[in-house]
Structures are given as structure tokens and as C-alpha cells.
Design a protein around this ligand. Sequence first.
Ligand code: TMP
Length: 203
Amino acid sequence: MKGKFITFEGIDGAGKSTHVDWLAERLRACGLTVHVTREPGGTALGEKLRELLLNRNMHLETETLLMFAARREHLAQVIEPALERGEWVVCDRFSDATYAYQGGGRGLERNKLRQLEHWVHGHLQPDLTLLFDLPLEVARERIALASRSLDRFEQERADFHERVRQAYLERASACPERICLIDGNDSLENIRKRLEKTLVTIC
Ligand code: TMP
């Protein structure tokens, strides 16, 4: 039996990362073997590419190709072998992020993204995507409170993040069977209840 692939998505400051480990623990409590990973990253090479992607200015197509290069390695080294073994993978961001950031935020033609997606993982999509959505002002306030230096995506202007948010929402309406919208502004308790309910649909 194949394992399941769950991804977390949302604009910067949406709060998704807080819930990744919690969800993985809930699944482990059900006796499942769960891998927690992230993009860009998740492999030694992918983490090196992440460092570049988050800090170096580059051409939009270079940025997009590097996101997919890191993803190809991640799929080959981590995601596909785990799923083949019947294990679960919980991943903080995947290709929906490329559609939202490079497509929505930066304006790359969707057709190019579709071609890369088809090439890199035409055969595989997440079983479930949890999209954390909240008003941009709330997300911006959360980012402003962060006590670390901001990466080059977090430093983008508000209109960039609004386009990213809209692109995510468009994807959620295009794939309602896969993408589950979570109110990232809701209380921790309510978000966890919602995640529990959603899990039942794929367990
Ligand atoms: P993180 O802070 O959630 O780990 O994500 C790192 C940043 O990378 C985040 O600002 C979104 C961005 N990103 C893209 O622009 N495209 C992608 O395909 C992925 C996976 C992330």
C-alpha cells in the first residue's frame, strides 16, 4: 500500500509551520511512520539551493528552475521512496507554492509552470493540501514581529504577497477535492479541530 502525501501551503506569516509537527505527531499516534520535510529543501542539495533561493537575487526563470530542481531531488531521494514504503510524508510547501509565488507573485506564465510540473512530477500530486489563508495585514504583522532577518520573499512588497494569496485561492477553487482551505486567523484550538476533521477524509 502506498503512503499518503500531505502538503502545507500559505502566504508568509500564515502560521502553517506551527501545525506541521503537530499534525505529524497526530499521525504517528495512529501508528503511521511519518516524514516531515520542506521545500525548497528536504535534501542536502535542496537545502543548499534553498540558501541561494532565499538570499540571492536571480532571474525569475532561474528561480523557478531551481525550485523545480530542488523538488526533483526531493522527490527522488525522500518523497517517492517513503511513499513506496507505505510511509507518510508531510511537506511544508510544494508545487502550489511555485504557482503562487513565481506564477502569481512574480507573473511567470502558467504554461511554463505546467510544463515543469508535468516533467518533474506529472505522475504524483499531494493527496491533501492544507492551505492556510488569512488577511494580508495579519500576516504582515506576524512577519514584522519575527526576530530574525527576513528572506527576499518576506521582504517583497504587500502587492506581491496579495498576488500570491490570490493565486493560492484560485488554486483552491480549481482543486477543491485536494486543497482544503484553513482560516489561519482562527484560534489554535479551532485550527487543530479542523485539521483532525480533514484528516479523517484521507486516513
Ligand atoms: P518557508 O519560509 O515557508 O520555508 O518558504 C520559503 C520561501 O520560499 C517562501 O517565502 C515561499 C518561497 N517559495 C517559492 O517562492 N516557491 C516555491 O516553489 C517554494 C516551495 C517556496
